[in-house]
Every structure is written in structure tokens, then in C-alpha cells.
Design a protein around this ligand. Structure first.
Ligand code: C2E
Ligand code: MG
Ligand code: MG
Length: 522
């Protein structure tokens, strides 16, 4: 009621704060109704009278109050609809369009481009190492950088182009109406320029770089989804090539994705259809040549693609989540096979199984391994686990705890592909491991390089000083074997000795050659 005025004079100060609300010169009297929201008055509904102060009846005032309430409700509803629409189509932090709106605009642009025979560029911008900025400097600063990047990209583009934020540190640009597709380079380079200079926030300078991928309509996709995917692929390529650069989508990239999709789809059925098998590669003692263990290596006999090597499908299985089921199958199958050999009278030897990073970070790993022994009856001392050096040193504390629990079960642990991260032998020292496998690329460089020979020697000696076993992987020639044997490397594995074989092949080979693996012939 305090906001209902019958005298224009009282209303003037209020009216003055609302631009254009009152035509002050002709104003004689006014009835003003507050339009209210929970947290206060946000507007005034005013009826102006040109003729003199007048008194309104109670009934008229009540009617006006009802009108005021109705208007308030309407305005509030309208506002929240707008807010919801904003949230549905825009990113709150940067106020840029979000993915939904971007896809919408892109699909309109595609229609138009088809008619006008022009190109559209889709540019995927992903900041490099942004997670670290966030973790180290805090989210507030991270947010400010994201806002600055948003503004910076927007400022470098034409009005008609769209910049969207897809969440996190991902921005996607649509540059439409490109007559000559070579023009895309100029547009991308303008975006790249943004990352040449530091971002200044609260008077501090921050250097942020980005990896950028570019796709063009119509070559790299016919619809928004395909175009965004292609641009994302190219961005990943730019990252893999060393970050802070841009890459254009290529036919190769798209074919790789198609093949990966195909592999991913059929991998789901591969387990059930028993298309996966394990081959076993003997490991030998270098001084006697005697077989001392096996590495289990996964094979996939794909009905159309033929034999797919693990290097191709394991990364895919890690992405689509199948690696846990596959890894468990590998553990069980290798353990069961090894037990079967022992039961058949072969001398008990350990079988080594490769573990993926995904398996190592699974908290159920230790239970799963324990389970394998219960199910197969294999004794834990005859199972070894191979874990790559890179995995083992990414989170040493977690690795240490997991390794300790695995060791407590009685299994042995070796570090695979050693030598790819030269600096880390001292860090490995902290882990309860039994041995290392010197990486194959390293072994194979022995002949060409004196430096590699020296390093190999150092690795062998260091490992021995730490009380670890040393196995050289991928030994292919007599010369390599000779060198390693002279340097007192314990064990080796490679085509020079044995290739990976199916259990049947292995058994017949051992029997044909009367190898010492059979009990009694050692
Ligand atoms: P890795 O564990 O380092 O395995 C050694 C690889 O070297 C095997 O390749 C083996 O066939 C190959 N190799 C052995 N001797 C020689 C040689 O003298 N010369 C050459 N050029 N190569 C040799 P493969 O079987 O293709 O396996 C590749 C990688 O895939 C393995 O590297 C391992 O990281 C992974 N992998 C294999 N099986 C499994 C599995 O069951 N689970 C997981 N997570 N990864 C696996
Ligand atoms: Mg291995
Ligand atoms: Mg290896």
C-alpha cells in the first residue's frame, strides 16, 4: 500500500528512477501498483491521469491490485522462462552458446551452405594442461581464464561466426560461408594468435596454449554431429603431435575412426564367441637357454579383419570399458592353462600376464586376482603380472599400496617396457617388484649405437644392485643375445629364441625338440 500514490508529487522521485515511466510534464496524478518478486519490487504499473488529483473508489483500487498481481505473475513466469531458455542454450560462465545451440546453428548453416555451395569450418579448441591450472591455481582463476579465452576467441571472429563452449576447457567455433576452403587457415591462425600472448588476470600473466582441430563441411562430415566429431579427432591429433598447434581433419583419421568403431562393436561379441585366444612366448635363461617362464599374449581372430594385434584393440577396449572383462578372462585363462600344464606333468613355471592401466586402477583388482587362484587351483607363485613403467610411476603411492597387496597374495610383479622413461629407476626402487623387462626398442638399438650399449649395461647393473631380475625383450639376433649374455642379463624373450605360440604349438614344439620343460629331462 505504501506504493500506491494519489499524488503525482510523491510519485516523481520513484518515476525518475524508471526511465520513460512517466511523462512528467503532462502528469497530474497517478495510481501506481508495485510489481513484486520474492526479493522486492522490480517494477511499477502506473496509471497516469492528466486531469487533477482524484480519489479512486475502494473497489477500483482492489481491482487494480488484482491486475497488479496478475501482471507480476506473468512477468515472473516470462522471466523464468527466459532464464530456463538461457540455461538450455547458453553456458552460464562464459555466456557463450552451448552445444545444443551450436548444433542447431550448425545444422541451419549446413542447409544454407548446401544451397549456396560454400564451405563451413568447424574449429575445435581445447586448452592444453588446463586441468593443472585449475588444480594448482584454483577454480576461480580457472574460470577467469575460461572467460578470457571465450572473449578472446569471440573478438577474433566475424560477427556471423559462432563460438560455443562445450563444457570444461573445450570451445568450438563455426565459421560459415567460406567461399574458398583455403581461407580456413587464416581463420584458425587468428584464433591461434590469441595464445601467443599471456592472459592478464588481476595483473598476473598466464600463458595458456591450445590444441586446435579443424573440420570442413562438406568434406569432413555432412551433419553437425559428424563435423564436430571430425574436428575433435583433428584436435586430438594436434595434441598428440605435441600440443599448441592446429591440425586439419584427414581421410586417414576418419578411416581410423571407422575401423575403431567396427573393432569396438565386434569386440563386445568377441569374448562371447571365443574369438580371443592366448599365445604363450617362452622366456629363457640366457646362460643355459632353458625355458624359465612364459608371457601370455592376447590374440583376436576377427572373422573379417583376420588376426588383430593387441596393440590395436587393447586401447579400444580401455576406452569402451571392455578391458576389465577381457583382462579377467586373460588372467583366468592363463592361470587355468598353466595349471593344466602342471597337471599334465610339465615342470611348474610362472606365466606372466600383462595388466592394463585400467585394471591396475580398478579397486577390485586384488580380489579378482585372489579369485583366479581359487577358481583355477593355480598356486600364486606361478603367476606374474607385467605392468608398464609409465603406469607404475604415474601415481606411486597408489601403485605402492596395490603392489603390496598383490605381493601379499604371493604373485610376482615385473615392470614391462623398461627403458622408455630413463629417469625412473630410482623411483621404481620404492616399489616391491621382482624384476624389469628391458624394452624391445632399446634392445634392438644395441647394434647401431654404442650409447645404447652403455645404457643397457647400466640398466642391467643397476637392476642387479637393487636385487631385481632382468629380462631383455625382443631379442632377435645372435649379436644381441651375445651382447646381453656378456653383460650378465639374466633372461631373454624374443624371436631369436621362441615366437609366441598357441598352447598346442608350444607343446608339440617342446616335445619335438625334447626341451627341458618336460619333467625329468632337465
Ligand atoms: P609387451 O607386453 O611388451 O609384449 C611383447 C611384445 O613383443 C608382443 O607383442 C610380442 O609378440 C612381441 N615380441 C616378442 N618377441 C619379439 C621379437 O623378437 N621381435 C619383435 N619385433 N617383437 C617381439 P604383441 O603380442 O603384439 O603385444 C603387444 C603388446 O600388447 C604387449 O607388449 C602388451 O603391452 C599388450 N598386450 C598383449 N597381451 C595383453 C593382455 O592380455 N592384456 C593387456 N592389457 N595387454 C596385452
Ligand atoms: Mg608384456
Ligand atoms: Mg614389453
Amino acid at each position: 500500500d505504501k506504493l500506491m500514490y494519489s499524488d503525482a508529487v510523491d510519485f516523481l522521485p520513484l518515476a525518475a528512477t524508471h526511465e520513460g515511466l512517466a511523462d512528467l510534464e503532462s502528469l497530474e496524478s497517478v495510481v501506481a501498483l508495485p510489481i513484486e518478486e520474492e526479493d522486492g519490487v522490480f517494477g511499477v504499473l502506473a496509471f497516469q491521469f492528466q486531469s487533477g488529483p482524484r480519489q479512486l473508489s475502494k473497489a477500483s483500487l482492489d481491482a487494480l491490485k488484482v491486475i497488479g498481481t496478475l501482471v507480476s505473475d506473468g512477468v515472473i513466469r516470462r522471466r523464468s522462462e527466459q532464464e530456463i531458455r538461457f540455461l538450455a542454450y547458453f553456458d552460464e560462465l562464459t555466456k557463450l552458446p552451448n552445444r545444443t545451440l551450436f548444433e542447431d546453428r550448425l545444422s541451419q548453416a549446413v542447409q544454407l551452405a548446401l544451397r549456396n555451395e560454400v564451405f563451413i569450418g568447424v574449429i575445435f579448441v581445447d586448452l592444453d594442461g588446463f586441468k593443472m591450472i585449475n588444480d594448482v591455481m584454483g577454480h576461480t582463476l580457472g574460470d577467469q581464464i575460461l572467460k578470457a579465452v571465450a572473449q578472446g576467441i569471440k573478438g577474433r571472429l566475424r560477427k556471423m561466426d559462432t563460438v560455443a563452449r562445450f563444457g570444461g576447457d573445450e570451445f568450438v567455433v563455426m565459421a560459415g560461408n567460406i567461399a574458398d576452403h583455403h581461407d580456413i587457415h587464416g581463420i584458425v591462425e587468428k584464433i591461434m594468435e590469441l595464445f601467443q600472448e599471456p592472459f592478464v588476470i588481476d595483473e598476473h600473466e598466464f600463458f595458456v596454449t591450445a590444441s586446435v582441430g579443424v573440420a570442413l563441411f562438406p568434406m569432413d562430415g555432412e551433419n553437425p554431429e559428424a563435423l564436430i566429431k571430425s574436428a575433435g579427432l583433428a584436435m586430438q591429433r594436434a595434441k598428440a603431435n605435441g600440443k599448441h598447434q592446429y591440425a586439419l581433419c584427414t581421410v586417414d583419421m576418419k578411416e581410423e575412426v571407422k575401423r575403431n568403431m567396427k573393432i569396438s562393436n565386434s569386440l563386445f561379441r568377441a569374448l562371447a564367441r571365443e574369438e580371443l585366444t592366448l599365445h604363450y612366448q617362452p622366456q629363457v635363461r640366457m646362460d643355459t637357454g632353458e625355458i624359465v617362464g612364459f608371457e601370455a599374449l592376447l590374440r583376436w581372430d576377427h572373422p573379417e579383419l583376420g588376426t588383430v594385434p593387441p596393440g590395436v584393440f587393447i586401447p579400444i577396449a580401455e576406452k569402451n570399458g571392455l578391458i576389465n572383462s577381457i583382462g579377467e578372462w586373460v588372467l583366468k585363462t592363463a592361470a587355468r592353462q598353466n595349471k593344466a600344464w602342471q597337471d599334465a606333468g610339465y615342470k611348474p613355471l610362472p606365466v606372466f600376464v600383462n595388466l592394463s592401466v585400467v585394471q591396475l586402477s580398478d579397486p577390485r583388482l586384488v580380489d579378482r586376482v585372489r579369485n583366479v587362484f581359487q577358481e583355477t587351483g593355480l598356486s600364486p607363485e606361478y603367476l606374474g603380472l607385467e605392468i608398464t613403467e609409465t603406469i607404475a610411476i604415474t601415481d606411486v603411492r597408489y601403485t605402492l599400496e596395490t603392489f603390496n597387496r598383490l605381493k601379499a597374495l604371493g604373485v610376482s610383479i615385473v615392470i614391462d617396457d623398461f627403458g622408455t622413461e630413463y629417469s625412473s629407476l630410482s623411483r621404481l626402487k620404492a616399489l616391491p617388484i621382482d624384476g624389469i623387462k628391458i624394452d624391445m626398442h632399446f634392445v634392438q638399438a644395441l647394434q647401431q649405437s654404442k650409447k645404447d650399449q652403455a645404457i643397457a649395461e647400466v640398466i642391467i647393473n643397476l637392476a642387479k644392485n637393487l636385487g631385481l631380475g632382468v629380462l631383455a625383450e625382443g631379442v632377435e639376433t645372435e649379436a644381441q643375445a651375445e651382447f646381453l649374455r656378456l653383460k650378465l642379463c639374466d633372461c631373454a624373450q624374443g624371436h631369436y629364441y621362441f615366437r609366441p605360440m598357441s598352447p598346442e604349438e608350444l607343446e608339440s614344439m617342446v616335445e619335438a625338440n625334447k626341451l627341458s620343460w618336460l619333467v625329468g629331462e632337465a
